[in-house]
Design a protein. Structure first.
Length: 449
């Protein structure tokens, strides 16, 4: 055998036969020649995914169980994070074992709602074009949900609205959430309602019963799943053994400024009157709002100020641990109301109207407004009358049985198996928002009667 390999013969130019340098005829091997006469197989398109589009901490928490159920049902799913919340999102995804398939970077000219909405539309639309979703799932009432639903509707994508039908019937309370959720209702194909009151709201707006599915609220299973993980996070309780812990969150735009300062003064007065109370106020990520809270806190006398603890935004599991340890919750957050109810912690709602009247009707919470004197009086009442506090703890949870996500996945799986892959079905969906027959009947969940 030679010590070196001979160099390979040069490849003839394309179109020239190797044995005849003057030839301009390309000769194919017989097998290739035969293959050239066979009909080419069309390329197989990958299955169109169900796209879950979320962008804020509450959406991540409430849609995590839905994502799990969709995957367990064998449905192709992609998770799109809009970038509305950035700093808060990563730890939540990590805690829940989720990772978005794509995370968007929003371009905003200022902190206004119009800039946010424009940035969301510009960012979400190209992804929908690229991914070609069979359906788009959005949650609740955030700007991310509203703009994604609008972008999807414009692209002919059926919209599934999770937590549909909540209404305060006040256009600016909460703002812009009330407008966002009513906008989504106009373009949604599936309306997954958490309660019968939400079903009634949708029916009153002309949404066809066959397009409404009363499934319950996904926060119930999200909270139960979080409790299972708490051992790894470690408990977080009051700073003093035996103290009654009051947890406070406030972030809605209508409470910025004077109402926030009034809450702080009310809490200071209650703390001065009751040495066994401790307050933990979890600050919002918005720097202007956090600054308002800190400035009001600095005006309190030293003794009550020392028992009103301002803490940065907590990761999800530690927030659930804090909720479970609380004696009372004061909040303007819808998600916190629902989580507290699931954990049997009484709630005082710092708003003048609510889209969750079931909480109040069940006796698990009280709608108290924003007057500082009323806030202080309601806390005082619960402190002095333990029977009222106990009755609120014992109230039945009106938000479902913890199976909402499984019901949602069942409805979408039935539709996807029957018509979800066809262009006609993508444009039509299972039912128009205002009437028309569904494409495929759901398996385990009946539409609203």
């Amino acid at each position: 055998m030679p010590d070196t390999l001979a160099p390979a013969a040069p490849r003839p130019p394309l179109g020239q036969h190797a044995s005849d340098p003057n030839s301009a005829t390309l000769t194919l091997p017989r097998a290739a020649h035969a293959a050239n006469h066979r009909r080419a197989e069309p390329p197989v398109d990958p299955p169109r995914p169900l796209v879950v589009c979320i962008g804020t901490r509450p959406e991540i928490i409430k849609m995590a169980p839905v994502c799990r159920e969709l995957r367990q049902a064998g449905l192709p799913m992609r998770l799109l994070h809009t970038g509305q919340h950035v700093e808060l999102a990563g730890p939540i995804y990590d805690a829940l074992g989720l990772a978005p398939d794509q995370a968007l970077h929003l371009e905003r000219t200022d902190d206004g709602i119009a800039s946010l909405a424009a940035g969301l539309l510009r960012a979400v639309d190209p992804v929908l074009v690229q991914w070609r979703p069979a359906a788009l799932l959005v949650h609740g009432d955030t700007s991310s949900a509203a703009m994604a639903a609008l972008a999807g509707f414009w692209r002919g994508v059926p919209i599934a609205h999770v937590e549909a039908g909540l209404r305060s019937h006040q256009p600016r309370d909460p703002f812009p959430e009330e407008l966002n959720r009513t906008l989504i209702a106009r373009v949604a194909t599936w309306h997954f309602a958490p309660t019968q009151a939400a079903v009634a709201n949708l029916r009153a707006e002309g949404i066809a019963a066959r397009a409404i599915y009363p499934v319950g609220n996904t926060i119930v299973e999200a909270t139960h799943q979080a409790l299972e993980r708490l051992d790894a996070a470690g408990p977080l309780a009051a700073s003093r053994p035996g103290a009654k812990l009051v947890l406070v969150t406030a972030h809605r735009r209508e409470n910025w400024g004077a109402p926030i300062r009034g809450f702080i003064r009310a809490l200071g007065a209650v703390l001065s009157a009751h040495a066994d109370l401790e307050v933990v106020w979890t600050l919002h990520a918005n720097p202007a709002l956090a600054r308002d809270v800190r400035e009001a806190h600095a005006e309190l006398p030293p003794e009550p100020a020392a028992r009103l603890h301002l803490v940065p935004p907590l990761d999800y599991l530690r927030m659930i641990a804090l909720l479970r340890a609380a004696w009372l919750v004061l909040t303007d957050s819808g998600g916190i109301q629902e989580e507290a109810c699931a954990l049997r912690v009484p709630v005082l709602v710092l708003r003048h109207s609510t889209e969750r009247p079931e909480l109040i009707e069940a006796g698990a919470g009280r709608l108290i407004g924003t007057d500082p004197l009323r806030v202080a009086a309601e806390i005082e009442r619960l402190w002095r009358e333990p029977a009222i506090h106990h009755a609120m703890q014992a109230a039945t949870n009106p938000f479902g049985d913890g199976a909402a996500s499984r019901r949602i996945a069942s409805v979408l799986a039935q539709w996807y198996a029957g018509a979800g892959q066809t262009d006609a079905a993508r444009a039509r969906g299972p039912a128009s928002p205002h009437g028309g027959p569904p494409t495929v009947a759901p398996a385990r969940v009946s539409p609203a009667a």
